[in-house]
Design a protein around this ligand. Sequence first.
Ligand code: PLP
Length: 380
Amino acid sequence: PVYLDYNATTPVDSRVLEAMLPWFSEHFGNAASRTHLYGWTAEEAVATARKQVAKLLKTNLKEVVFTSGATEANNLAIKGVFEKYSYKGKHIVTVATEHKAVLDTCHHCEQLGGEVTYLRPDTNGLITPQQVAEALRSDTILVSVMYANNEIGVIQPIREIAAATHAGGALFHTDATQAAGKLPIDMAEEGIDLLSLSAHKFYGPKGVGALAVRQGVELTAQLDGGGHERGRRSGTLNVPGIVGLGKACELAQKEMNAEAERLCRLRDRLEQEILANVPHTFVNGKASQRLAHLTNICFEHIDGENLLLSLKDIAVSTGSACTSASVLPSYVLKILGLTDDQAYASLRFSLGRFTTEEEIECTIQHVIETVERMRVGSAV
Ligand code: PLP
């Protein structure tokens, strides 16, 4: 089988695994144990990882809070700001095509008396800084806009959106789960106050991530207890996971440019060959600036479920893995204007570090033959 679902998750890079291994049994100390060498050693490893994350985001290392992943980071950012700043206002602005980890957290705030504006993007998934500016009110405390979309890869104009947010006196959060480690990010320069990321999307382990918080931004903790992470997230730190996240950041920083170039070439070939050889296809979000390693292609007049089943040797997805338990068509694609049938018949191909040219050639052939076979006998 060919794995082209890197946006769902990535394998742990062997260099990351190697860095993690000593931290399970050999150096097993609790990073919060301040009275002996076991604790100090673990604390040092966590400090190194914190520097590696901070370096990737060009931020201050005091600003990194380790979490169990991006879902938790998004919850901490949104609920944490909502609780802390509700004395100023209870209005949040976000986008209808955000990940459920943002949307459902916003719904939670609504149940607590918050008001949320869900901006609608254009047919390519983009929103504009003007839309944000127009949505801001005197009681807006937070704007949350994802850096790059997990389904179609569209990259939002983050710097301009952050500037519009600040002009309105609110804080700016971005769910950068699909962008961190893939795109160069400079939190300070781009004006990002809070940023969520997850290790398993860029060759680190699952179940670990971080929320980077600009100095001066306050948050109400969502996990109370021993006061870890400067009181922002209690719970004994997952030292091997955090070491893995740090290593993944270090590797990404060194390799992201060359990797993006290579993957863009492969992605373009895959996309062009499919579009040229399979009639009735189009790319979702193509006209926007988008991630280099991903294409989301609609195969019109084809039953999406059958297509996925027929392509079972190629691991791709419809919608996002996180909501695949539901049989509903992708809400992201529907917001772009696709019909239910078009959304069901759209496949996301996401490439990654270990994708080879041969795999792409094999995928091209397989997709062309499969769709041709499925269309035989049908009118289109
Ligand atoms: N945000 C986005 C944009 C994602 O793509 C994902 C994962 O699919 C998440 C958040 C959730 O991340 P995690 O799996 O670390 O909880």
